[in-house]
Design a protein around this ligand. Sequence first.
Ligand SMILES: Cc1cc2nc3c(=O)[nH]c(=O)nc-3n(C[C@H](O)[C@H](O)[C@H](O)COP(=O)(O)OP(=O)(O)OC[C@H]3O[C@@H](n4cnc5c(N)ncnc54)[C@H](O)[C@@H]3O)c2cc1C
Length: 389
Amino acid sequence: MDLPFRLPMWNISRMNSEAPFLVIGAGPAGSACAWKLASEGCTVVLADRCRFPRQKLCGGALSNYGAELLTERGMLLPSEIEDLVLARHGTFSCYDSLAHLRTFHGGPPEMMLLDRTEFDSFLCRRAVEAGAIFLEEHDFRGFGDKGEALFAGGERIRFQRIVGADGVCSSVRRRAYGRPRGRHGLCLETFVPLSPCVLERFVPQGLQIHFGLLPYGYGWVFPRRDDVCVGVGSFGRSRRPRELAKAAEKLIAHLGLGYKRPMRGALVPPAGGGPLPGRDRVLLAGDAAGLCDRVSGEGISHALESGFLAAEAIIAGTPSWDTRSRCVRQVRDSGRYRHLLYAGPFRALAMKKLRDGDRFMRIYWEIAAGESPYSALLQRRAERMPSAT
Ligand SMILES: Cc1cc2nc3c(=O)[nH]c(=O)nc-3n(C[C@H](O)[C@H](O)[C@H](O)COP(=O)(O)OP(=O)(O)OC[C@H]3O[C@@H](n4cnc5c(N)ncnc54)[C@H](O)[C@@H]3O)c2cc1C
């Protein structure tokens, strides 16, 4: 992968410019949206406040469903995804309060681990190759008197429709629809470089999921090519950073890593309120639309799907994108079903089920892999999700 790379940029010679379609934020949601619009021959500007390649704090776990969204719609080739994958895991292990519950061999399909800097840059470049005009270091600040988009550098861009794909603290969403309901969740994460022989110790357990470290959240240990990603996240309810830091310290000590590097923190969308797709001139996608799983914190595949859907709504000239879509259903369901895993009376039963047999582990794995809906947790026979396209 030839990174870092410089993307061709649109030269805004005038401070007042016009673009039929404007996408704010070049994460997975924004790049998927801009790529789709550009591939269909639309003129689209993709603006991001960062200079690319930019860093994004994330575990980088991509389900097979997310990968299929990219390949089946034609944005990436399977071989390109393969080049981006740092590690694959078909095994995962669950813990409760640092006690091992069970290890389950679930794959294929396996979970893929990606480096977000590389992945996001690749998607953005693909959008540019399709014809999107990329403006980096363009910080969207709000709407002007005539409804145009205003940027921190003083630029104004008039548009017909705008897509807010500007992440968890979306300015587009705030300006158009107000603040999201509820308090944001919080994650802390670090990457610990390991020698191959130490890394090997982690591989047989695959992806480690640690329940019981903090309420309505979990810790994760993801072995990658040269390091291990260790994090803790509280998705349902906001926790104080100090509580999360303590949980992270416990986890790192348990792993025997003796690692003192500070954790980095990032927000995830609030659990309260359902996803918001936006309508008419202002659509939303990805974290900006609140599309983050309330159980796992997963959001990459939802960002991709909603980005494509927003573009398809613009191309079809419909007021909004379809909220019967899979990403909206899965996120809504995660808001309901999270209590089964995390709320007091059910938590003990869920941990017992994970410990005592493969069935619950399999369902949990299939939900994480995007293969089953949350309702499978309560069904005798697992229901399968529809395919990516
Ligand atoms: C610690 C952590 C670990 C996670 N791990 C996973 C995981 O393993 N798997 C998974 O599926 N999900 C994970 N997630 C969630 C996932 O990272 C997000 O759901 C996903 O990145 C959402 O994509 P997006 O395109 O909506 O937003 P983002 O990827 O956040 O992209 C938004 C873009 O908008 C830009 N932007 C922001 N504001 C402005 C502005 N005002 N003007 C212009 N541009 C702006 C930003 O620079 C950024 O490039 C994790 C989240 C966290 C915090």
